[in-house]
Design a protein around this ligand. Structure first.
Ligand SMILES: [Zn+2]
Length: 82
């Protein structure tokens, strides 16, 4: 029985979950939520993070619609965002 190999089989998806969770959390302006959920729940936490609502901190200067941090254009009025 290869203990290290077995551990890697468990850890690898967990590490991926934390990485993806932190990215999904960052995109939703909830970076800590994503990492914590990924750490505690693994793949399930990753899915939960994907279901979290976006918490907007960025607003369109033209129409004040909440926009994703990664957005290039306002989804409502198509104003170009920097
Ligand atoms: Zn707008």
């Amino acid at each position: 029985m290869d203990v290290l190999g077995g551990m890697m089989c468990v850890l690898a998806p967990w590490i991926v979950s934390v990485a993806v969770g932190s990215y999904l959390g960052w995109e939703r302006n909830r970076p800590i939520d994503g990492i914590v959920l990924g750490l505690i729940l693994g793949p399930l936490g990753m899915i939960l993070t994907a279901c979290l609502p976006y918490r907007y901190r960025w607003f369109c200067p033209e129409c004040e619609t909440g926009v994703k941090r990664s957005a290039k254009r306002c989804p409502a009025c198509r104003t170009k965002l920097s």
